[in-house]
Design a protein. Sequence first.
Length: 105
Amino acid sequence: MRVEVLFVNEAGVMAETVEAPDGAAASEVLGLAGASLPAGAGLAVFGRRIEPSTKLHEGDRLEVAGALVCDPKKVRRARAESQGDVRVVTCGRHGGRRRLAKTAQ
């Protein structure tokens, strides 16, 4: 069977097509591609996370994604803190319902 192996890291994406025996596990296909699973990396087939022991099928795309560079929760928190108080910006087009009602009277 033919399986496409994608290596995703900070540098970009590298693709390689591997000919593997039918019913080969993801770890076996990775070995046939001449690579090993780096520490902290994850495996996926068409974007769905899998275990190294998962059996692959003809035409599957095995993706090897590196570990996260930063914690997304910390990044969102830092971005929100740097923006400051956003209530003024998000209170509506005319300053909010109450302000619009007061000016209409």
